[in-house]
Design a protein around this ligand. Structure first.
Ligand code: FES
Length: 64
């Protein structure tokens, strides 16, 4: 599914970027999500948040 029609960015591409540790700001800068018409910005942020919440928690992060 396309998240950003202006730049042709799919949900899968966003997920891969998040898995590589990119923040929304980095994804925006690298891929151009939300930089043209801006319609996709909020939905892209929401997808990134949801994907981060589904990622496994680092055991070291819970210990501290
Ligand atoms: S749909 Fe993403 S900038 Fe237009």
């Amino acid at each position: 599914m396309y998240v950003c029609l202006c730049k042709g960015i799919t949900e899968q591409q966003l997920q891969q970027a998040v898995e590589q540790g990119d923040s929304y700001a980095q994804i925006r800068q690298k891929m151009g999500v939300g930089t043209d018409c801006g319609c996709c910005g909020q939905s892209a942020k929401q997808m990134i948040r949801e994907h981060i919440n589904k990622m496994p928690v680092c055991e070291f992060a819970e210990a501290s």
